[in-house]
Design a binder for this molecule. Structure first.
Ligand code: UVW
Length: 318
């Protein structure tokens, strides 16, 4: 691990960019790579009819793993049968009773899509939008345009934990695009242009094993920045990076000391959509059983006006 931290402006000064590629007003970035042709081709991957909703449980009695500055969602019961114990209970014609509840949650405190404008440096968001447009709510590149269009395409599961012969990757363990390609080769699946990448580390198992100690010296495993890796994402026209970790990449880059470099190099600069905290365990065992790692993927985050992200329950079908 390096002692000095390289600023993102310096580190990413010659990095590939897709700003302007889909016009000055574009707010969905590399999701533009998923058109009708990709949707129809992906539908052809549905063979067994097995369905995998890959959202992690919200308000899990065992706990919800979240980014350290966030809090897990809290569900509060508002109405239930006990509401009708008192004399002042609401009465409805015909004797209707019902249950009602609400949750208070970070929009990125569960399985979620990040808005493309969710992270930035140097005062500019995706597509060059002004960082001041985030003040009080995202005027530009919020999660809403992603929710309005939806995401459907061919996805490939890359089971990095199984590939490395581990239950789960270790804290701060890194992998590169070369590792993803090697993993795909070992799994016998072809990585194609415009594929959605579903990467399994199973790292969040550690959260359920060690509890609060999970957050000590917090550094998730994940993809690590290099110019070549970013160029590979650009050349492969990857629309969406989906992982089972909280933030999709190694938290602090061991080579330059910066935090969440790929959020900036991939999301801010290339417009790659990020989906985080997915639950891939059932899907991964099924893929290991039948050897089929290419799947149909469909998702749409909630339509939250000006949201910097939003919960989602993506559906994978084989
Ligand atoms: C941050 O960007 C801080 O977190 P995430 O992408 O996990 O929502």
């Amino acid at each position: 691990m390096t002692d000095t931290v390289q600023p993102l402006t310096d580190l990413l000064k010659d990095a590939p960019s897709n700003w302007g590629k889909w016009g000055p007003d574009d707010e969905v970035g590399s999701l533009n790579y998923l058109g009708p042709e990709q949707v129809i081709a992906a539908a052809g991957l549905i063979r067994s009819g097995k369905v995998f909703p890959i959202q992690r449980l919200i308000c899990d009695p065992k706990g919800d793993p979240v980014w350290p500055s966030r809090k897990p969602a809290v569900r509060t019961q508002i109405m239930d049968e006990a509401t009708w114990d008192g004399d002042d209970a609401p009465q409805f014609p015909g004797g209707l009773h019902y249950a009602d509840d609400k949750i208070e949650c970070f929009l990125q405190g569960s399985t979620q899509y990040d808005a493309l404008g969710h992270v930035w440096y140097d005062d500019k968001l995706w597509n060059g939008f002004d960082a001041r447009s985030t003040v009080g709510g995202m005027e530009k590149a919020s999660v809403q345009p992603i929710a309005d269009r939806g995401v459907v395409g061919r996805a490939v599961l890359l089971d990095m934990a199984r590939y490395r012969g581990k239950d789960y990757l270790e804290s701060a363990e890194t992998y590169t695009h070369e590792d993803l390609m090697a993993c795909a080769r070992e799994q016998g699946v072809e990585l194609r242009k415009r594929d959605i990448l579903l990467i399994r580390t199973n790292y969040l198992q550690k959260f359920f094993e060690v509890g609060d100690a999970f957050y000590e010296n917090f550094c998730e495993p994940g993809l690590v920045y290099s110019h070549e890796l970013v160029q590979w994402f650009a050349d492969m026209e990857i629309p969406n990076l989906v992982t089972d970790t909280i933030a999709n990449e190694v938290t602090t880059d061991p080579n330059n000391g910066a935090a969440l470099v790929l959020h900036n190099a991939l999301m801010r600069n290339l417009g790659v959509a990020f989906t985080e905290i997915v639950e891939l365990e059932d899907l991964a065992s099924d893929c290991a059983d039948d050897g089929v790692y290419e799947v149909f993927y469909a998702a749409a985050p909630l339509k939250v006006a000006q949201g910097s992200g939003s919960p989602v329950n993506p559906i994978v079908i084989k």
